[in-house]
Design a protein around this ligand. Structure first.
Ligand SMILES: [Fe+2]
Ligand SMILES: [Fe+2]
Ligand SMILES: [Fe+2]
Length: 280
């Protein structure tokens, strides 16, 4: 099998991991705090590790990781329907990985996919168990349909955070400068935290977090990437600042201010590798 063909299959896998992460996180946010939400979040975190391994492997093979989102199964009204959808999504993943393991002849890639497959089989069992558990524990969908300015600000923030998570991950995968790679990955993790905080705030305020992202900056040159990342951080730091001043709720004000401070910090940490890249 040609390298290009392996890369194409791995990108399919990558996209499906992305879909799974967002599907599971949407359930985590909608259920609010609780033991079950924690367990599902732990599964989402394992899918993030899969995404990371797949992206790194694609880059090692000379490819570019796709940041497109694969299929999601978002229909269904009750939390038990959601768990059934999660079971089905894991079944999709299991079928796909088995097929790709058969097709791919590269020993190292095969080994990785087998490793991921065993996780998906375990997730499948977990979700099958959760179908009954949510009924037994009467786990509810806590979202509402709040539509005011606060909901608008939170959805703006969620969209922004989701966008930069993907953008920084992509930039970290394609970066050749070690410092930049680490910095980008670190900040992507921080943006994941922001997205979670905003989504939780949204649900606790009876809103419905919209997990969609905006256009990513897909440049691959080091200077272009860093300049794009610094530009977006400056813009959102200003926007979080404006929003923090606008809202009345003290808890929300504090949250937006805290995120603003992180974004200001990101501008500073991205400036260092930019200096270094421009010098060399
Ligand atoms: Fe996975
Ligand atoms: Fe899974
Ligand atoms: Fe952020």
């Amino acid at each position: 099998m040609k390298k290009e063909e392996i890369i194409a299959l791995l990108n399919e896998d990558l996209e499906s991991e992305h879909g799974a992460i967002i599907q599971y996180l949407s359930h985590v946010y909608a259920m609010g705090e609780g033991e079950l939400a924690c367990e599902i979040e732990a599964i989402a975190r394992e899918e993030m590790r899969h995404l990371d391994w797949l992206a790194e492997t694609i880059v090692e093979l000379g490819g570019k990781p796709s940041m497109n989102r694969g299929k999601m199964r978002m229909e269904g009204k009750s939390t038990s329907d959601w768990m059934k959808n999660d079971v089905l999504l894991e079944e999709d993943a299991i079928t796909m990985y088995k097929e790709h393991i058969k097709l791919i002849d590269d020993r190292v890639v095969k080994r990785l996919l087998k490793r991921i497959l065993s996780d998906e089989e375990s997730h499948h069992g977990d979700f099958a168990h959760f179908v009954e558990k949510v009924k037994r524990e009467d786990v509810k969908d806590l979202r509402g349909d709040r539509q005011d300015r606060v909901a608008e600000i939170l959805n703006w923030g969620i969209e922004h955070e989701y966008t930069v998570i993907l953008q920084y991950l992509l930039h970290s995968y394609v970066a050749t400068n070690e410092e930049m790679k680490l910095e980008m990955e670190d900040q992507a993790i921080n943006e994941m935290q922001h997205m979670g905080w905003l989504a939780e705030k949204m649900v606790s305020g009876k809103g419905n977090p919209r997990l969609e992202h905006a256009q990513l900056n897909k440049s691959t040159g080091m200077t272009d990437m860093l300049k794009a990342d610094i530009k977006i951080e400056k813009e959102v730091a200003a926007e979080y600042d404006r929003a923090a001043k606008e809202v009345a709720d003290a808890g929300l004000k504090k949250l937006l201010t805290r995120i603003r401070d992180h974004e200001i910090y990101h501008v500073e940490v991205f400036d260092d590798p930019l200096d270094e890249v421009e010098k060399s």
